[in-house]
Design a protein around this ligand. Structure first.
Ligand code: 3HC
Length: 292
């Protein structure tokens, strides 16, 4: 087992960002995704982001080269083999996660800790498909993962103290502050944040302008982004999945997802990543108008 190697499974928005955060801290990271397209997109995103940082002066060419040298990509899950830590960041569907965990359990060293970046699915349920449920826990990053300082730690029913301490120590090495979040839907942040975004979507559905809702929260509460802008930023599908998880998990109508979100996802309006959300975006991701 290589004590400096981390495997990040999934090269989407979250997986790609988590891989960057680990590579920046000096870990050797392999970012695994079975879809070639996802890998190509992840590489292009990193290139664009880092070039902008170099232009801006917040990163030198030398630092860029060093971080990139720690970050590799693979289409083969077997490449997670000798990692001391595996971080799963695949789509938020329990069946997909269980399938990946079953495979990782066979591939990874028996001592390897495997964490899920799920934003609200049951860690105990995911762990139940492995032969090492004590070495499984939740480590929930926030978007954009290289920037956001928080890591929510979520223990399953049988996560061992040793696993918890390994992940807590790892969090420190990549400069994250941890909180212990309960194993309930939405954990801690999303249980508070996502209902606010959902309520904001209801207001747009009832006729408020997205800009007004966003300005209200930015100027009235000093939020760095308004709730509608944030929903487009994180992805409307991701946000809807979390809200649906709260609704189904607590069996409480106060968490009912806004129907407008469901319609937008069906229409393929997924936010910034698809170019269309509450707002419209150009190919560079700049906001160019509103859809409501
Ligand atoms: N990936 C990596 N880095 C990014 C990034 C991205 N997608 N977007 C911005 N950054 C970096 C920039 O490179 C820049 O780094 P630098 O200082 O080294 O140059 C830094 O962030 C600041 O970026 P900008 O100057 O372009 O922009 P802002 O100062 O406006 O900050 C922001 C951007 C950090 C995204 C800020 O608007 C913010 O904090 N927004 C709120 C984000 C938030 O609430 N996240 C939580 C979402 S909920 C969630 O994640 C739950 C999950 O389950 C989905």
């Amino acid at each position: 087992m290589n004590k400096n190697k981390i495997a990040v499974i999934g090269a989407g928005l979250m997986g790609n960002g988590i891989a960057q955060a680990c590579a920046k801290a000096g870990y050797d990271v392999v970012n695994v995704d079975t879809f070639e397209d996802a890998i190509e997109k992840a590489k292009a995103t990193v290139e664009k982001l880092f070039s902008r940082k170099v232009e801006k002066g917040s990163l030198t060419e030398e630092e860029k080269r060093k971080i990139l040298s720690h970050n590799s990509y693979s289409k083969n899950l077997e490449d997670a083999k000798d990692a001391f830590l595996v971080i799963e960041a695949v789509p938020e569907k329990i069946e997909i996660k269980k399938d990946i965990f079953k495979k990782l359990d066979d591939i990874a060293d028996s001592e390897t800790v495997i964490v899920s970046n799920t934003s609200g699915l049951s860690i105990s349920e995911i762990a139940s498909v492995t032969n090492r449920p004590d070495k499984i826990m939740g480590a929930h990053f926030f978007y954009p993962a290289p920037v956001m300082k928080l890591l929510e730690l979520v223990r399953g029913l049988v996560t061992s103290d040793e696993t918890y301490h390994i992940v807590k120590e790892y969090a420190k090495t990549i400069g994250k502050t941890t909180v212990d979040a309960p194993e309930f839907p939405g954990f801690m942040v999303n249980r508070i944040l996502v209902p606010m975004q959902n309520e904001a979507a209801y207001m747009v559905m009832e006729g408020s302008k997205p800009e007004d809702v966003d300005n209200a929260m930015k100027l009235g509460c000093n939020h760095p982004m308004g709730p509608i802008e944030l929903t487009d930023f994180v992805g409307i599908d991701t946000m809807l999945a979390t809200m649906t998880g709260l609704y189904n998990g607590f069996h409480d109508s106060k968490y009912r997802p806004c129907p407008l979100l469901e319609t937008m996802v069906k229409a393929g309006m997924l936010g910034k990543k698809s170019g269309q959300g509450f707002y419209k975006y150009d190919a560079k991701g700049n906001k160019i108008g509103s859809n409501f």
